[in-house]
Design a binder for this molecule. Structure first.
Ligand code: SF4
Length: 414
């Protein structure tokens, strides 16, 4: 039995050979992140995508110069085509596959894992232990069977990280009043050194079988002078799958930095709703396109609004109520945060704790180094921290369902 990396490569090669022999139309369902990666692998092997398909009417326009059509329209115009499902979650893939089968398609593949692996090692050229990366991707896709945002222990007893952000700088090019990371309220913001960022990340990743995504944040991460080193060294950790950056669209990285991001298979998400403040957004899209870097515009809420938090006053709620608030937050999309050697469960705890807005006690975060623990001791501390149900101190100062909807990126005076 070939190893997983080889199996992924062989599967992708055989699709490509079959397409080249048959000359059949090639359709990717899903005009988004997974579909983009499949398209890039096909293009790399000189196979053109005939069309994209998507059920979202808002996406039924063009995507990277390809038409985006409904499945019914695909069936009318490209009967007998081969369909790749550019999706992550298997449940969704099964239902879309049924839909295409009802439209008389016979060659429908859900193999995002194989395409993503081939994208990283062949198209991008990420340098890391390939077999470990392939194994991690396999575990990630098994974990998606348990839900799109599932983390913790899987049915096969693997331990999967939640979505995690790493704050590499507290400096920013904007001063958004309602910044969820409270960045404008640092009196002396700093960049964290590349060594400390990577040291923290390496220790964190050792506690997991797979870290689905590390998202580098700021402040504005493109201000960091050692972005290339951070990206390259993160890419060498083989159980981290997606490496992404969140930018406010104001800073253009150098060509050299863009080449490094591309060679690591990194993605960039541009925060949406900043309007003319994101003055480099179009140029960034052009540069990312030129360098084969996946990029999209990301909104925190479907309404595309931000939330101005209620003041952080002590609520003195019963512990059971805070526990329920906390459980709701951590079972949703809220991420955990690594900053300056500490692992936190929420931005309010990470940043508000430092700024004295909320209290912190030693049980509210995990110190990633310096406490003389063994590697296994740190692993069990991280796992216990991420699976605990008890609220953190910050929760009693927070009103997660309150606040006011406001336009994005209202600027504070300089
Ligand atoms: S501090 Fe607020 S946002 Fe953070 S976990 Fe607690 S309740 Fe949720």
């Amino acid at each position: 039995m070939p190893d997983i990396a080889e199996q992924y490569k062989q599967r992708v090669s055989s699709y490509i050979e079959e397409i080249k022999v048959s000359g059949e139309p090639v359709v990717i369902f899903g005009a988004g992140r997974a579909g983009w990666h499949i398209m890039k692998v096909l293009e790399y092997h000189k196979v053109s995508v005939t069309a994209f398909s998507d059920n979202d009417p808002a996406k039924q326009k063009t995507y990277y110069n390809c038409q985006v059509l409904s499945p019914e329209e695909i069936a009318r115009r490209f009967p007998g085509g081969r369909v790749f499902l550019g999706l992550f979650v298997p449940d969704t893939a099964r239902s879309i596959k049924k839909h295409f089968q009802l439209l008389n398609f016979r060659k429908i593949h859900y193999d995002t894992a194989a395409f993503f692996f081939v994208f990283l090692v062949e198209v991008a050229g990420r340098i890391c232990d390939e077999e470990k990366l392939a194994r991690s991707i396999q575990i990630l896709f098994e974990n998606y069977e348990e839900g799109a945002t599932h983390y913790g222990y899987t049915k096969k007893n693997y331990f999967v990280s939640p979505f995690v952000t790493s704050v590499i700088t507290q400096k920013c090019s904007l001063r958004c009043r309602d910044c969820a990371q409270l960045i404008p309220y640092y009196e002396n913001p700093v960049h964290f050194s590349a060594e400390s960022v990577i040291d923290d990340l390496t220790r964190y990743a050792e506690a997991f079988d797979v870290v689905p995504e590390i998202s580098f944040h700021g402040g504005e991460p493109f201000l960091h002078p050692y972005l290339k080193d951070i990206c390259l060294q993160a890419a060498a950790i083989p159980n981290i799958i997606f490496i992404s950056f969140v930018t406010n669209g104001t800073i253009m990285p150098s060509e050299d930095t863009l080449r490094v991001l591309s060679s690591c298979g990194a993605d960039v998400h541009q925060s949406g709703g900043y309007g003319p403040l994101s003055r480099k957004q179009d140029a960034l899209f052009e540069a990312f396109g030129r360098h084969n870097i996946y990029s999209d515009v990301m909104f925190c809420l479907p309404t595309e609004m931000w939330i101005q938090s209620s003041p952080y006053n002590k609520h003195a709620r019963p512990a059971a109520i805070n526990k329920e608030l906390y459980k709701k937050c951590v079972s949703g999309k809220i991420c955990c945060q690594i900053m300056d050697g500490e692992l936190h469960r929420c931005p309010l705890s990470a940043h508000g704790g430092r700024q004295g807005l909320v209290p912190l006690n030693t049980a509210d975060f995990v110190r990633l180094h310096g406490s003389g623990r063994s590697e296994s001791g740190l692993t069990s501390d991280i796992r216990a921290f991420l699976t605990r149900e008890q609220a953190i101190s910050a929760c009693d100062y927070c009103d997660p369902e309150g606040g006011t909807l406001v336009p994005p990126a209202i600027q504070l005076p300089r």
